[in-house]
Design a protein around this ligand. Sequence first.
Ligand code: NAD
Length: 365
Amino acid sequence: MAWTSQMLDENSPRRALILPVRPLKTLQNRTDAVVARGLLNIVTTGVPPGSASRRRQATRTPRPGVDMQPTRIAVIGAGLMGHGIAQAFAMAGYAVGIYEPDPERRGAIRDQVRANLRLVGADECVADRIAVHGGLADAVAHASVVIEAVPEDLDLKRRLFVEIEAAAPRSALLASNTSAIPITSIMSVLKDRRRAMGTHWWNPPHLVPLVEVVQGEETGAEEIAAMMALLCSIGKTPVHVRKDVPGFIGNRLQHAMWREAIALVQSGVCDAETVDTVVKASFGRRLAVLGPLENADLVGTDLTLQVHRTILPDLDGTPGPLPLLEDLVRAGHLGMKSGRGFREWNAESARTVREALARHLAQTF
Ligand SMILES: NC(=O)c1ccc[n+]([C@@H]2O[C@H](COP(=O)([O-])OP(=O)(O)OC[C@H]3O[C@@H](n4cnc5c(N)ncnc54)[C@H](O)[C@@H]3O)[C@@H](O)[C@H]2O)c1
């Protein structure tokens, strides 16, 4: 379900009014209802519902991620995603600490953020809300929410979460920005897994609205609700992924299409440029306003069924990466960064595509 409607008080951007877009009685299941109550309750009282919660609150230190509006965000890793996630929170008024072990990258973070801010015409002073740290413990020591955005490596992420749990307040919500690794498997190393979840942002995170909030097998419903409320408060569109499946929702959809795109080229139906033209000049144009299932309803489920009967038996169903992709990687054709992937690139053409994407996203920001 989508949680989008929000009003930000301009004088105090952290005081957000957040309303679920569907009334409680229409929610699909108990988890939805718990999340919705959490959102409404956090908005109106700053405290989540449920007598058990309130009893706990009376006997222990409040949990900032759940029991009040979070005040300090920590981001781990300042690469492509990490610096943009930090920026998204800073733009909404939150104090952010970011940990980056690479000194060169550390030195570049604020300039990168300032350049992003210029693109959307925002005040460059926002970059000053981001404190840059060369030690993990310094970044997370006072955090109410910690978001990890280090390379997609299960062992690295697990090692880091052990460190994060030891150094962050016991109340902090802990989230991984993994693209595809099941959250339960990353967070299995933690002692307290109730507060651990996925927050899958999309590149560039300061411009793309969606964040998939992924519930691991042991994540608490209140903790999910608190994270969704926080993301609403910074103007994001969080969705609740109720089952911890690899790739969550967005990447499963995206990579199902990429497999077929590669298969079409591999089997000689067309070249890579044609695949890209077909998508950009046809259904790609509609996708921002018409989701695939809305589209199926628009054309009719009966027509959709007929088309599926004809096409689905012929679609590629290879259960692993296709040979064409394996061959490209083996040959060092890694895309824009090496000058060749499915298509040929030079510095100029790669920059043109990146700038066109940034301009397009900034227009709809
Ligand atoms: N690139 C995308 O489009 C995208 C989109 C969504 C999610 N993700 C996911 O986000 C995560 C980060 O991806 P990225 O594209 O930003 O990667 P990146 O390589 O650009 O950045 C990773 C950063 O982590 C730092 N790092 C490495 N080891 C570290 C450690 N031990 N402690 C702290 N920082 C460390 C690196 O120095 C680097 O700055 C990955 O899990 C990725 O799958 C990426």
